[in-house]
Design a protein around this ligand. Structure first.
Ligand SMILES: Nc1nc2c(c(=O)[nH]1)N[C@H]1C(S)=C(S)[C@@H](COP(=O)(O)O)O[C@H]1N2
Ligand SMILES: [Mo]
Length: 256
């Protein structure tokens, strides 16, 4: 999470003015707008709301052929145990170093919050659940894109195994490099939203987020959280404060 494109405040403000009238016209839905209580971010709300209003919840991102797979750079943190490669968290960095040593045998994905059966899923347990493989394009906000094949378990399958409680509205992800982010239930339950443990037919390589990363195919690159340590289902929107991308000037919702 180093060089980040910032939203121009002035543009956001103008968009904000436009969207506040759109808000009055459209009326408020059940989902809170991700404005983070900040008028400057109303432009984000407009993008989010129009996608949610105009696009069918389960419309699929384009999928490609094996022959379309391209080289993919590893961006941002590439090893949460290594301070030179983004590993800065005082507690998680040594924890991740331990996982590297036993090749993720002791990994347990924590699933917590508004679920009937909170718990930890080993990599083997995740691999026993039904999997999905998809070849998709990753579009980074920094202007590059790459096509790769991803294999993993649909997030929906894991959430349903844990038992989604009726008031659940958001799913938060916390990573070994100390980053936090979230998505709404529409994206969380989308068929192409997977917890990927495989890339291009092999185990997910460390620089690309081993052992488990998110693929949320209808959003921009940085929403695809690598090195997931835990998942927390919540009722309320959480901007993750300094751990979140909003602090870097990034929008919470960026559909592609
Ligand atoms: N935990 C974590 N997830 C992350 C990042 C990061 O630095 N840390 N970088 C994000 C960004 S900006 C992009 S473009 C993609 C890059 O994924 P890749 O390294 O597999 O290409 O991961 C995203 N997920
Ligand atoms: Mo990115």
């Amino acid at each position: 999470m180093k060089t980040r494109t910032r939203t121009l405040p002035r543009r956001a403000f103008i968009k904000g003015l436009v969207s506040s009238s759109a808000l009055t016209l459209a009326g408020c839905g059940r989902t809170e707008p991700p404005t983070y209580g900040n008028l400057l971010r109303m432009g984000d709300w407009l993008t989010y709301k129009s996608h949610r209003l105009l696009l069918p919840a389960n419309s699929l991102a384009r999928e490609y052929e094996l022959s379309d797979i391209s080289p993919a750079p590893a961006i941002g943190t590439t090893n949460p145990a290594d301070p030179d490669k983004g590993g800065i968290h005082p507690e998680y960095a040594p924890e991740y170093a331990g996982l590297l040593k036993d090749r993720f045998a002791s990994y347990g994905l924590r699933v917590e919050g508004l679920v009937a059966r909170p718990g930890r899923y080993s990599l083997a347990a995740l691999k026993r659940l039904p999997s999905r493989t998809q070849i998709t394009r990753h579009s980074c906000e920094e202007g590059w894109s790459a096509i790769a094949q991803w294999t993993g378990v649909p997030l929906r399958t894991v959430l349903e195994a844990a038992g989604i409680l009726p008031n659940a509205r958001y799913v938060q992800f916390l990573s070994f490099d100390g980053w936090g982010d979230g998505i709404d239930m529409v994206d969380a339950l989308h068929p192409q939203t997977i917890l990927a443990y495989g890339m291009n037919g092999r185990d997910l390589p460390v620089p690309h987020g081993a052992p488990v990363r998110l693929r949320v195919e209808r959003q921009v690159g940085y929403k695809n959280m690598k090195f997931i340590r835990s998942i927390v289902v919540t009722e309320n929107f959480d901007d993750h404060g300094e751990l979140g991308s909003i602090q870097n000037g990034w929008a919470w919702y960026v559909g592609v």
